[in-house]
Write a protein that binds this ligand. Structure first.
Ligand code: ASP
Length: 450
């Protein structure tokens, strides 16, 4: 007999999100999150007006303080639960990568299989990220957000992204344990891949170690199951926390020119997530995008609430393997790498934002410069870690590549969170489609995993 709908994780998460949304909207209404500045009415004389202005300002500050305190009270329990869930997820990332990547490679049977999976994975990542950026550029060129604004940039502090060469250098950790301890995903994957290959090459003498990793994998997956059971409450907590952030979306900014910019980013993301990726999934992997998206729903909703593809990784893996039935051999190589370096949504966002900033500053971008943007946005997204706002910082690489001022990022910061949540969802969707596509390209490997 079929299980009742409410026992399914994706429905539970959806109910959690709906509850969180309603709660946050009601609290925002009751508390009045954006109090209107008090306007003095007693303005009949100049002295009276001045006094009234001072009184009004004092009233306003007091009112705002009370508002913020009330808000904090309504927000705190949810923020606590959300943080707890995020911590549990983060706690599982390094053990999960170590266990699944090492065992996954050991299951591939030969280093040549790994080489083939590796090449196809990287090919898929590059092509899809490229397609995402091109789709984004198409839409931003049609909508032209920021044109005619001629803004100037005032005192934003400057941010320094890590140079791209260092991004690649940092893949090799100075200390393996150091990489595990600091939770850096790419160096952890590097160590895990080397260990897996080593086990394949050494064979018999290293068998006890390979068996250890198999046992370790079973153990880690069990703990991940426990953590994932908390997802409905966890994502609800995170959503309330974000929606009750007084600085989430500056509504005035949203309704003004940034609104068109946001539509350009969201339109580009929708094009990629709803057209390009489903087509690839259907044509190459022969899977129904609808069914696959249904299987991925818990991961996609978690990506949206956490704005972190790394944090979502334990769920992404569970959904891709257990719910969508992709072989672990493909998933365990494609997904951890994807959560760190394959960021279709981020690359698209960086390209669209760069054009918007150029438009808003009244700087013309030539076709050649747009080509440079495609290339640097693809690479900069590789350099962005799978954590909130990472793409905002690496966007500076894109700005600088075409001579735009780095401080330009200050123009888009006000609406970043909501775009971050959306692009992270697309990032996770891109990784998950990748696992199915790479599996389809590797029939022999898929069989050897069974
Ligand atoms: N938050 C995104 C992610 O985790 C990265 C970004 O800021 O674009 O995938």
């Amino acid at each position: 007999m079929d299980e009742p709908w409410y026992s399914k994780l994706h429905w539970q998460i959806l109910v959690g999100l709906i509850f969180a949304f309603i709660y946050a909207v009601v609290v925002r209404q009751i508390v009045g999150i954006e109090p209107v500045r008090a306007v003095p009415t007693d303005a009949s004389t100049a002295v009276g007006a001045a006094q009234a202005t001072v009184d009004g300002a004092v009233d306003f500050t007091r009112q705002r303080q009370t508002t913020m305190q009330t808000l904090a009270t309504w927000r705190a329990p949810f923020a606590f639960v959300g943080d707890l869930f995020l911590r549990l997820l983060t706690m599982m990332i390094v053990p999960l990568i170590l266990a699944t990547v090492v065992s996954g490679i050991a299951r591939m049977g030969s280093p040549e299989n790994l080489g083939r999976v590796g090449l196809r994975t990287i090919g898929y990542y590059l092509i899809t990220t490229f397609l995402a950026v091109i789709g984004g550029l198409l839409i931003v060129n049609i909508l032209g957000p920021g044109k005619g604004l001629d803004l100037s940039i005032g005192g934003t502090e400057s941010l320094e992204p890590t140079p791209l060469a260092d991004v690649f250098l940092n893949i090799v950790p100075e200390q393996p344990i150091g990489a595990f301890a600091s939770g850096d995903m790419l160096p952890t994957i590097f160590v895990a891949v080397l260990t897996g290959i080593g086990l394949l090459v050494v064979g018999e003498p290293a068998k006890p170690v390979a068996e250890f990793f198999q046992g370790f994998e079973a153990l880690v997956l069990k703990i991940v199951d426990w953590v994932l059971a908390l997802a409905p409450i966890g994502v609800a907590g995170l959503l309330v926390d974000t929606m009750l952030d007084p600085e989430l979306v500056d509504l005035v900014a949203f309704l003004s020119d940034l609104g068109v910019y946001m539509i350009a980013v969201l339109g580009g993301l929708a094009l990629h997530a709803l057209v390009t990726l489903p087509l690839l999934l259907w044509l190459i992997a022969g899977r129904s995008p609808w069914t696959y998206a249904g299987a991925l729903a818990p991961a996609l909703m978690t990506a949206f609430s956490t704005a972190s593809s790394s944090g979502t990784y334990p769920l992404t893996r569970e959904c891709v393997t257990d719910r969508a039935g992709v072989s672990e051999t493909s998933a365990d190589f494609v997904l951890p790498l994807g959560a760190t370096i394959n960021m279709d949504g981020t690359a698209l966002y960086e390209a669209v934002a760069a054009i918007f900033i150029a438009n808003a500053l009244g700087i013309d971008i030539t076709f050649a410069q747009q080509v440079i943007i495609v290339l640097t946005a693809t690479l900069a997204a590789v350099g962005a870690a799978g954590v909130p706002s990472a793409g905002l910082v690496t966007m500076i690489i894109v700005l600088e590549s075409v001579g735009l001022p780095a401080e330009g990022y200050g123009l888009v910061v006000a609406v970043d969170r909501i775009l971050d949540m959306s692009r992270t969802t697309v990032n996770v969707w891109g990784d998950s489609v990748g696992a199915a596509v790479v599996e389809a390209w590797m029939p022999s490997t898929a069989e050897s995993a069974a």
